[in-house]
Write a protein that binds this ligand. Structure first.
Ligand SMILES: *[C@@H]1O[C@H](CO)[C@@H](O)[C@H](O)[C@H]1NC(C)=O
Ligand SMILES: *[C@@H]1O[C@H](CO)[C@@H](O)[C@H](O)[C@H]1NC(C)=O
Ligand SMILES: *[C@@H]1O[C@H](CO)[C@@H](O)[C@H](O)[C@H]1NC(C)=O
Ligand SMILES: [Zn+2]
Length: 488
């Protein structure tokens, strides 16, 4: 199948279903109102009319129930794919298996940078978020990876930044902290283990942490080591499919650092990005080949995502905290993180609201370089769509930067242009990809963008297990997945 079939596929029909229902009602009810009926049997006719009406209404409501259940599954194009109304049954595996793949910093649109035949195989025969996956705020690696596997916003899963302080104990969280106290919520590998099922993690933030029934079992839980070649990661995941059927983990993660680190170096438009995207595509190809050789490609559910996007940054879009000195002194040790998430915790004795007011006064004065591109908030006053307040770990003062701007303490030697992420998750540049391929995903289907906290419920639905409470919507999976009439 040529990749041009992507462009021929259409959006799900958005027509008003009630219009169809009205025409159905009219059709069912028109028969009894025959103008040639005799008067002598008026009451009989009237009674039967009411009866028929009742039956017709019942039929109509039954039909409407069916109609709505099916119309909640977005339709595909005019190809044979549109005939799919239920999931495909497993042929070789005896249990659904979900392989969750993350390509770090894979900004939505990178899939068009170069020839990506393997990613496009997943898109053509799978379900894609047509305008990308929406990350959570802050659009950083650890908060987002952990939202994907817990279905929780960072305020609720506890990983509110890549590094932060615990205000109560003064302890510092870094990306190497594996103590369970930091990692709240219930990640998918724990949910799976709690159901007596097996999971395997080839890197994912939080996967090394022992929680509930998850003990990070040797051989199935890899401690993070960025030097392990991507090929080796793929080979190891493929080797799990050589295990006896009952031993195959039902949930697996696979993580690639690319193209995030190239993005930071050169921004989203550098040629290094194109190369890294081609490299990720080769890994997807290797994976598909390996699964096909084992006869399980059509059985395995592959969910390919990124954690966030990337935007170009340059030195002339800088804001310096020292420039605010005429209004308020912000010493470096008040600042938990600078850019793109400015997070400030003033010491006791300084009212956060006072600090916010003075900072904003300076930023709006017209006398601070790029001042209008930074807005400072008490965290409770941030737009509620950011869900970034309900945790003591979140410092009381948060600065929101405009796209591509950076904040630093003081003027230093100029640096090269590069790339960054962490900005408002409403920015299109922060979006990443979502592709689902497997028995529960319609072929060639496009769905509207959604937040990554929905993925937890999607995975538990595919695995037929009960998930923990989370911030995804309970009804979301039925709008994306094919209904499952098979037991497995
Ligand atoms: C999509 O799936 C069909 C049915 O299995 C297969 O014939 C076709 O080659 C697949 N297309 C791509 C691009 O892999
Ligand atoms: C990390 O992986 C590399 C490459 O496989 C290996 O040489 C190295 O020993 C590993 N480091 C640790 C700490 O395991
Ligand atoms: C998110 O989930 C947590 C835990 O279930 C809950 O306490 C919180 O109210 C939820 N927040 C939103 C915005 O849904
Ligand atoms: Zn990242």
């Amino acid at each position: 199948m040529g990749s041009d079939s992507v462009s021929t596929s259409t959006k799900p029909p958005q027509g008003d279903p009630s219009a169809s229902l009205l025409s159905l009602n009219a059709g069912s009810l028109s028969d009894p109102s025959n103008p040639h009926q005799k008067n002598t049997a008026n009451s009989v006719i009237f009674t039967s009319l009411i009866l028929v009406t009742c039956i017709a209404l019942a039929a109509a409501s039954a039909f409407s129930f069916l109609f709505f259940s099916f119309s909640s599954v977005p339709r595909t194009d005019s190809s044979s794919a549109s005939l799919q109304t239920t999931s495909r049954s497993l042929t070789k595996l005896n249990h659904p298996v979900v392989l969750l793949i993350s390509s770090d910093g894979f900004r939505f649109g990178y899939q068009f940078k170069t020839h990506t035949p393997n990613i496009h195989r997943l898109i053509v025969n799978g379900t894609e978020a047509e305008t990308g996956l929406i990350p959570v705020f802050p659009t950083l690696t650890f908060p987002n990876h952990y939202s994907i596997v817990t279905g929780l916003y960072p305020a609720h899963h506890g990983i509110i930044n890549n590094y932060f302080d615990d205000p109560k104990t003064g302890e510092v969280f870094t990306m190497a902290s594996h103590e369970p106290k930091w990692w709240l919520g219930e990640p998918l590998w724990e949910t799976v283990a709690n159901h007596g099922l097996k999971a395997a993690t080839y890197f994912w933030p939080g996967s090394e942490v022992h929680k509930g029934s998850w003990t990070c079992p040797p051989g199935f839980c890899k401690f993070y080591n960025g030097s392990v070649p991507f090929d080796e990661r793929v080979d190891t995941v493929l080797s799990y499919f050589d295990l006896p059927a009952s031993e195959i983990p039902v949930f697996m993660t696979l993580y690639f650092e690319d193209p995030d680190h190239q993005g930071h170096n050169v921004g989203p438009d550098g040629p290094e990005i194109t190369e890294a995207v081609a490299g990720i595509d080769r890994m997807i190809g290797k994976l598909i080949d390996g699964l096909e050789k084992r006869g399980v490609f059509e059985d395995v559910t592959i969910i390919m995502v990124g954690d966030h996007g990337m935007v170009g940054t340059c030195d002339k879009r800088l804001i310096f905290l020292d420039d605010l000195a005429p209004w308020i002194d912000i010493p470096a040790d008040w600042v938990q993180s600078y850019t793109p998430l400015l997070a400030i915790r003033p010491p006791p004795g300084f009212a956060p609201s006072d600090v916010v007011a003075k900072m904003n006064e300076g930023l709006r004065s017209g006398k601070v370089q790029n001042g209008k591109n930074l807005k400072v908030y008490l965290k409770e006053k941030l737009p509620s769509r950011l869900h970034y307040a309900a945790s003591a770990r979140i410092p009381p003062i948060i600065g929101m930067l405009d796209e591509g701007f950076k904040v630093e303490q003081k003027r230093t030697e100029g640096q090269e242009c590069g790339g960054a992420h962490g900005y408002d998750n409403a920015l299109f540049s922060m979006r990443t990809i979502f592709i689902g391929h497997g028995p529960r995903f319609a072929r060639g289907q496009k769905v509207p963008s959604f937040e990554n906290v929905q993925i937890y419920n999607l995975v538990t639905s595919i695995l037929n297990i009960q998930g923990a409470p989370n911030n995804g919507s309970v009804s979301f999976p039925s709008t994306v997945l094919l209904p499952n009439p098979h037991k497995f």
